[in-house]
Design a protein around this ligand. Structure first.
Ligand SMILES: [Zn+2]
Length: 156
């Protein structure tokens, strides 16, 4: 479910993005077309809002593992079936794609869950938070953020 982002000043479409995903980094940017300052909806400055609580949830990893496992299971199932409208030489393609994609999801989900449970993920987030605090030491950036309505604390 991707959304289009348009420049609030000139209305030019600047990019499409996936609202579910966030990127930790600098929020402000300038429109390529008119040069106006805007807040990038994809970006999140950790020092402003703190580390989002959902970063510490195990559920999303379990979901990815479960969906990946279903895709693998589906791949194994169609492996034994002839797919209509698919050339003989290409019969292996779809089941293999299912196995690879599902397998990667299962592995990725397990790795994510391990990083979370061992506290490695928390350490990485703390490091990103420190990087964010450093960015907020730049008075130019702080002024940009304030002009866009982000409340930046004096002591940061
Ligand atoms: Zn613009």
């Amino acid at each position: 479910m991707s959304a289009d982002f348009r420049c609030p000043s000139c209305g030019k479409k600047l990019f499409s993005y996936e609202p579910r995903f966030r990127k930790y980094g600098k929020i402000t940017a300038n429109c390529k077309s008119c040069g106006a300052l805007y807040a990038d909806p994809r970006c999140y400055e950790l020092a402003l809002g703190g580390i989002p609580g959902d970063e510490y949830l195990l559920g999303p990893y379990i979901s990815v593992i479960a969906i990946g496992a279903l895709i693998v299971w589906r791949g194994v199932y169609i492996m034994g079936q002839k797919q209509l409208g698919v050339m003989e030489e290409m019969q292996w393609f779809l089941p293999s794609a299912f196995l690879v994609i599902g397998g990667l999801m299962v592995i990725g989900g397990i790795i994510g869950a391990i990083l979370l449970k061992t506290g490695i993920k928390a350490k990485r987030l703390e490091k990103k938070l420190e990087e964010s605090k450093l960015r907020l030491r730049d008075p130019v950036y702080v002024n940009e953020l304030r002009s866009l309505g982000f409340p930046v604390d004096e002591r940061m």
